[in-house]
Design a protein around this ligand. Structure first.
Ligand SMILES: [Zn+2]
Length: 445
């Protein structure tokens, strides 16, 4: 008995077994023989009452009847989940995977009535809601419509829903999913994360070619070539198409290199002389120290790339001093203060708090006057210039010995970053707490 047979027998005894057969008599007889042999050999009997049949969508009725009566199994599975995964993806993948955004929505709804701060929501979304589709995403490429639905569910509830109406989304999804060190909130972009997870499957097929899964897929889809050269026929399963998605990379096959890399990179790759010593090629992942693919590194890489595209498209070419900006954001998130207060600072830096001037700009209100002094209610005014704020700051400065100067013309984010860079840890903490209280007490008026 070979090693694979033993592995197979072990799994046969421990868990549920699937047989994939054609519905003709030859196959049915062979299956019957196998089952009979198994019973004889192990002394165990198969419970046909607990067994189920599953037919492909194009299987003719008479074949179904033949199989049912020959094997004596009546239970036919129409559309089922197996261990939480859809066992059949039909013509409409969107309806197959619709249960994911629905499950997210139900979970969020079950928290209704619990007063969660935005920081509390952040934790719940990141640790509970975003985890819901992960298992399915490790095998299937979810349709864009499903990713959109999940995105809408998260962003609507993050910004808030009141009496069934969604509230203003003060920052785009791009910003919510950007890494925190780049000014985002670090939520997960489902589509990119899905791609990174499927990359792991491709990596396994490449690096563990003897695994049962890799051998089954090889036998079915690329029996005579390598994984890189495998095609993606229209008739292939949804799982295979998911793994093959974006799954091409280069060796020194010029056509392949040019197809996969931008012009400059392709030229450079092609100029690298090939090694002629007889050694086996092996896959190595450039973006981890160990050379082993990780979902985290792949996600980070892809997310960063798409974020740079977003910045470029929106005319925010801040890439030149990106490391400085990143240091500033990290400093903000490292302040020792409750997370909800740091989120107010994050919104202050983005100028995306519902101040009078922002509400007017977005046509929600037609006046932008401060409720205390009647002056224009900009973010700078709210936190520093207004008499209400400056009086609080005067007292706080006295108690905690904080030196800060606010210029009316300064850009709030630049000012904030400069302040945080120069501030001692305790000053940053006092700053975050004070600003949060100023904001909250204003909202209470
Ligand atoms: Zn004022």
């Amino acid at each position: 008995m070979g090693e694979l047979d033993q592995q197979y027998l072990t799994s046969f005894l421990q868990t549920i077994v699937f047989f994939f057969i054609r519905g003709d008599m030859k196959n049915l007889q062979a299956l019957n023989e196998v089952l009979h042999l198994y019973s004889e050999g192990t002394g165990q009997r198969i419970n046909f009452q607990k067994s189920s049949l599953f037919f492909g969508d194009k299987c003719p009725e008479q074949v179904k009847d033949r199989v049912k009566s020959y094997i004596n199994v009546r239970n036919v599975v129409v559309q089922a989940n197996y261990l939480g995964m859809p066992s059949w993806v039909g013509r409409s993948p969107t309806s197959t995977f619709n249960f994911l955004p629905e499950r997210m929505w139900r979970k969020i709804r079950s928290w209704n009535g619990r007063p969660l701060s935005r920081a509390g929501k952040e934790v719940m979304f990141k640790s509970v809601i975003q985890a819901i589709p992960i298992y399915v995403m490790s095998c299937f490429r979810l349709p864009a419509a499903i990713c959109d639905k999940m995105r809408t569910t998260i962003s609507n509830h993050w910004w808030g829903i009141e009496e069934g109406k969604k509230k203003m989304h003060w920052r785009s999804w791009e910003w919510l999913t950007a890494p925190k060190a780049m000014g985002g909130m670090g939520f997960r972009d489902m589509q990119i994360f899905n791609q990174a997870m499927l990359g792991k499957q491709a990596w396994r097929i490449l690096t563990v070619p003897n695994s049962l899964c890799a051998r089954v897929l090889k036998g079915r889809y690329f029996p005579c070539c390598s994984f890189w050269d495998a095609s993606q026929p229209r008739s292939s399963s949804f799982t295979w198409r998911s793994i093959m998605y974006d799954g091409a990379a280069g060796s020194w096959n010029e056509e392949m290199v040019r197809a996969c890399f931008n012009e400059d990179d392709a030229e450079k790759i092609l100029q690298i002389p090939l090694c002629h010593t007889p050694c086996e090629d092996f896959p190595a992942w450039l973006h981890t120290k160990s050379g082993i693919y990780t979902v985290k590194s792949a996600y980070f890489l892809a997310r960063l790339e798409s974020f740079h595209v977003f910045l470029g498209e929106n005319g925010r070419g801040e890439t030149s001093d990106q490391s400085k900006i990143s240091k500033s954001w990290k400093r903000l998130w490292a302040i020792q203060a409750p997370p909800k207060m740091k989120i107010v600072l994050w919104r202050m830096a983005h100028d995306c708090l519902p101040t009078g001037s922002q509400l007017k700009k977005r046509h929600i209100l037609d006046f932008d006057a401060c409720c205390f002094c009647g002056r224009e209610k900009t973010v700078e005014h709210v936190f520093f210039m207004c008499q209400f704020a400056s009086e609080i700051w005067r007292q706080v400065r006295k108690c905690f010995n904080i030196n800060y100067k606010m210029h009316a013309s300064a850009n709030i984010r630049h000012w904030l970053f400069d302040f945080l860079e120069a501030a001692e840890d305790h000053e940053a903490t006092v700053f975050a707490i004070t600003e949060w209280h100023i904001w909250e007490s204003r909202n209470a008026v």
